[in-house]
Design a protein around this ligand. Structure first.
Ligand SMILES: NC(=O)c1ccc[n+]([C@@H]2O[C@H](COP(=O)([O-])OP(=O)(O)OC[C@H]3O[C@@H](n4cnc5c(N)ncnc54)[C@H](O)[C@@H]3O)[C@@H](O)[C@H]2O)c1
Ligand SMILES: O=C(O)[C@H](O)COP(=O)(O)O
Length: 528
């Protein structure tokens, strides 16, 4: 098997390339390319490792015909079209913790720089001036820091600010009272925060809800003389309003590490504004953070490409590298059961349930469900896989239910997939032989043992002597070789089920002739 190929398209610590190679991937490091250059190259790669410079648009994803995973060495993934990647079955992962301390420290550094006007004082001193009385700073001790967003980075900023003897007020709709107490911060609504904060530091992603969260109106309503730090994302603060309010003195200082457009135009209106300082998106730029995120992203991506392990994916449930091999035969079984039920059940299928029993009940349900859906959704799209199947199912309004049974069944482990049809529920079930060989054990209430693979023929007929000979003759006359033969029936003389594996696809005319055989009720050519 050829090695997975990974492209590192942004500047990254060299440990990333080393880890990819050690874990069995071929890796190219080609940074600073234009979108056109990346588009021309990307079809060769199974993995793409990026920071914030590479924009992974729908156009790039369309060109990436082999791509399986995009790994962001960092936190923000607003440069990746995640919905589109999901629809194409590409996993998107990030490293949510590797640079949080570094970024929190940058926010604190900028807050201190604002409090003591360090950049300007430095410039003037080095310019040969000695403007001792021009730079009257403020202490942070006893002042209130307003945090907008108290997730990973916001929480670390809170702990550092408390260490500086500041009071911390936090606005975050997802912050619970208990967590606020644990962090030692006061939970507040945004208006209260604005009215109390001497310093405001932003730590939210950029979303429809957070865009311009510091709008002109809000900055006007803030405590006069407030100082603002943004080390999160450009677009959270209205830049034009910030300039006006810095000039009027309503905002006493502002420090931006991030801009609405990056890099900002050389004549950006904020440049040169009094009490404005900025850095070029340096929040994550420390040796420690860059080693952390490079190692993490390479380990995560290689795990996925080599072993199927999934960590920190934004569009797929996690699956550890230890769990992945154990789950692999279940995934194969699940996908085949999903495919079987979708090939056999008729009509508009709007509900599917996936039951796990015995050993399967102790496994993670989400990956198994994703695999069932991948098999099931293949009736709609050839390019479906475990990543995009749950999204496609949701788009189609499929009601997906997961059921876990504690009870002991006949089999040590069992997966059952049931779809609701206009004729009632239709269900298929399977197990693993020897914990690794997937086997079908039931179709629509009839016990039958079979391996689902390749081309197969499913027949329901009246259980009467002579039928097996008739179907064998028909297939033989049409040059179709039978590989395996599986029989099941509800009761003697009732309905029998026959499942054959054959060496080549069954042509439609043979399917039709089989339908015309005496005693036949249903014929369906299957493929897995
Ligand atoms: N400047 C840099 O170099 C740099 C480095 C790392 C991260 N970042 C950015 O920092 C931001 C925060 O990162 P994080 O790791 O703390 O993320 P996180 O997901 O851990 O925390 C974000 C917090 O924002 C909160 N939030 C969401 N919507 C909100 C709203 N409308 N109002 C208030 N709070 C809201 C969430 O509840 C969450 O607690 C991200 O945008 C990330 O991309 C920037
Ligand atoms: O979201 C992040 O992790 C930061 O914005 C860092 O971006 P960078 O990797 O381009 O420095």
């Amino acid at each position: 098997m050829s090695k997975p190929k990974v492209l590192i398209s942004d500047k990254m610590d060299p440990n990333a390339a080393k880890i990819f190679e050690e874990r069995g991937c071929d890796v190219d490091v080609i940074t600073g390319e234009t979108p056109e250059e990346l588009k021309a190259r990307i079809a060769d790669y199974d993995g793409l490792a990026i920071r914030s410079s590479t924009k992974v648009t729908a156009e790039i994803i369309d060109a990436a015909t082999n791509l399986k995973v995009i790994g962001r060495a960092g936190i923000g993934v607003d440069n990746v079209d995640i919905p589109y990647a999901s629809s194409k079955g590409v996993v998107v992962m990030n490293t949510p913790f590797g640079n949080s301390i570094t970024t929190a420290e940058h926010a604190i550094a900028l807050m201190m720089a604002l409090a003591r006007q360090i950049p300007e004082a430095n410039d003037q001193t080095q310019a040969g001036k000695w403007p001792k009385s021009a730079f009257m700073g403020v202490e942070v001790t006893g002042k209130t820091l307003g945090l907008i967003g108290a997730g990973n980075i916001g929480s670390i900023v809170a702990s550092r600010a408390l260490g500086l003897r500041m009071k911390v007020v936090a606005y975050d709709p997802f912050l619970t009272e208990d967590r606020a107490i644990e962090l030692g911060v006061e939970k507040a609504d945004l208006d209260t925060l604005l009215s109390k904060a001497d310093f405001i530091s932003l730590h939210t992603p950029l979303t429809d809800q957070t865009r311009n969260i510091l709008s002109r109106e809000r900055m006007e309503a803030a405590k006069p003389g407030v100082r603002i730090v943004n080390c999160a994302r450009g677009g959270l603060v209205d830049e034009a309003a910030l300039k006006d309010l810095l000039e009027s003195g309503q905002v006493a200082g502002a420090a931006l590490d991030v801009f609405e457009t990056e890099p900002p135009a050389p004549d950006h209106p904020l440049f040169g504004t009094k009490n404005f300082i900025c850095t070029p998106h340096l929040g994550a730029s420390t040796t420690e953070a860059q080693v952390n995120v490079a190692l993490q992203v390479a380990e995560q991506m290689a795990d996925y490409l080599v072993n199927g392990g999934v960590t920190n994916a934004l569009n797929m449930p996690s699956l550890s590298a230890e769990e992945a091999p154990k789950l692999r035969p279940y995934m194969a079984l699940a996908e085949n059961l999903g495919s079987l039920v979708s090939q056999l059940a008729h009509g508009n299928l709007t509900q599917i349930s996936i039951e796990r029993e015995g050993a399967a009940a102790d496994l993670q349900g989400k990956p198994i469900t994703a695999a069932v859906l991948a098999g099931f959704m293949r009736r709609y799209s050839d390019s479906v896989n475990m990543v995009n199947a749950p999204y496609m199912a949701k788009d189609r309004g499929l009601d997906v239910r997961e059921v876990r049974h504690d009870r002991e069944g006949v089999y040590h482990t069992l997966l059952r997939v049931t779809v609701a049809t206009s004729q009632g529920d239709r269900s298929v079930a399977g197990t693993l032989f020897g914990n690794e060989a997937p086997r079908l054990v039931e179709i629509f209430g009839v016990g039958i043992e079979a391996e689902l693979a390749g081309h197969m023929l499913y027949i329901v007929n009246e259980d009467a002597p002579g039928f097996i000979g008739r179907i064998g003759t028909l297939l033989g006359e049409n040059g179709i070789n039978i590989g395996t033969f599986h029989l099941g029936r509800r009761e003697a003389g009732g309905e029998a089920v026959l499942l054959l594996s054959v060496d080549q696809p069954i042509p439609p005319e043979v399917e039709r002739k089989a339908c015309e055989l005496e005693g036949v009720k249903v014929v369906k050519a299957l493929s897995f």
